[in-house]
Design a protein around this ligand. Sequence first.
Ligand code: ADP
Length: 620
Amino acid sequence: MRVTRHKRQILLFLAAILVPAGVLIGLAGRLMYQDRELGAKRAVDQRRAAVDQLRRELSSRLEAIKLQEINRLMRSPNGNRPQDSASPAVIFTARPEGDRLVLPWEGSAPDDSAAFAKHREEGEAREFAKRDDAGAVAAYRLALAAAGSPSESAEARLSLARTLSKAGKPDPAARLYQTLLDAPSDARDEQGVGYRFYAAERLLAAKREPASVLSFLRKEIDGPERLTLPELYMIRSLIGAGQKISERIAEMEQAAALAKDFARVRARVESGGGSGWIPYGPPSSEDPWLVTITPPQPPLPGLVLAVWSSKVAPPGVKLRTRVAEGDALGDAFPGLSVEWADSRALETVHQGLPAGIWIAALALVLGVAVFGGYLLLRDVNRDVRMNEVRSQFVASVSHELKTPLTAIRMFAETLAMGRSRDEHTKSEYLETIVNESERLARLVDNVLDFSKIEQGKKIYRLRPTRLEDVASSAARALQFPLAQQGFQLHLSVQEELPELQADPDAIQQAILNLLTNAMKYSGNAREIDLRLAARNGDAVIEVVDHGLGMEADERKHIFEKFYRAPSHESRLIAGTGLGLTLVAHIAKAHGGRVEVESAPGSGSTFSILIPIPKEVGVQV
Ligand code: ADP
């Protein structure tokens, strides 16, 4: 029976908890997976939208810059000096000539005017061939007077100052060099070096106010004027390498590389449809240039425009030349990719519910399912146990009824048949019949009272009662069975007790139950005490036996309905498990309680304690 019950429980557990829980976990897993998929798809869409938006933004910015540059060059087709560009993003706008790119600062120097050239050649002949410094000075002075452009006057001043210092006149020479520092930036010789830098070099060599010359050079590096590569190299040799100058040199070297590489650059731009922008710079560049080529628009020839990518990219976006990492920007920007510095395009990746919430929800559902299952199992178990207890109860009550009934019948039949003529035996038979019917009546009383208690219908009728009377009447009622089984009952009243408000029938029933238990569980002992005493304001009825006793964990349960100790010894003794339940109920109905002291093998003491009302106590 046990085994089938276990089987049923396992089946129930599987059906009610494990299977639904498994299905739930499966469903949740599937949902989670779908949620992730959706999140990833949304992220991809979002990213694509961000790239589209960036492409539009970039295109319009670059288009605006291109138009601005074209307009600027239209207004002054010859004055395309880079420093005139209105946009800080523009690196240069240059003209292609065949497969060559002419950078704006490479513009060929205008031809010298004839008068200037004549005097300059004269001066050079005197200075270098004839070693006639005075004559050279005079010739250069004439050249200065004849100079037709800032470039010519700067050249004349430089030669003049040089010969003056050779002629042993350092002061006027230094003064001339000083004025040369203010020469315009496009006054350059054919090497592309501004005359003002030669002046600075000479002043430094002559140790003339070196501090102010150095600060002049530094200002030139930081200033807006574009310096040519030879100028930058010269400054670096004069003041040493610094971050700023290295940056400028790198920029100009890159421009030179681009000019050299122009055929390839043009092929790349044209491969993208011709009007796109391509990145230009080393692959690892943090800030590649964006380069485009505009078709010729008379009077302007085609133009090559280079801008800083960092200056046209919106904040939070970095443009890169690599396509492998980052998102490609499409055909308008061949070879250009985006790196998102902020997470605006990536935010949505985790927009689906976080895994923690899924797991928590799942755990909650599982927890509820398991708890529900536990409650279900507990209820089922309780029902099963209750049924077992009931059938056991019916069996034990039937058994208890049958024993006295058999005895009564047997003795009554013997008497009826008149077999026994001996008066003494006859009266003994009769006494047994009376005694057994009393036992029957007590049993039936117990069962009826229990059922009344269960239905909440048990009524106790309290009236002034002397416990001594009740106790002696109970002892008398059991006189015959006690004597028959050889028991000695010692009734003792240790203290005079006052009359209590009590139901004497109920109290007697309780004492009888305790006394019959004492007889049942006495083992070989044959002494039972019934004592009345007063203790701490309570009237105490004590029933003491010296029999089997019980274990502590048994003691906890003996007042529960239908409880019977599981030990083998007690099992052999007939009983219903109702006696002590009733004793406890009766004690409680009188405002008292039942206490028990017991140890296995040394007997038990059951005490019913009923409080003595204060005023009664005072009267006595
Ligand atoms: P029962 O009909 O089984 O005697 P009770 O409610 O009177 O039912 O008692 C419950 C259990 O308490 C008993 O089965 C027995 O194990 C234990 N018990 C009661 N009285 C005693 C006692 N005097 N000595 C030892 N065990 C006792």
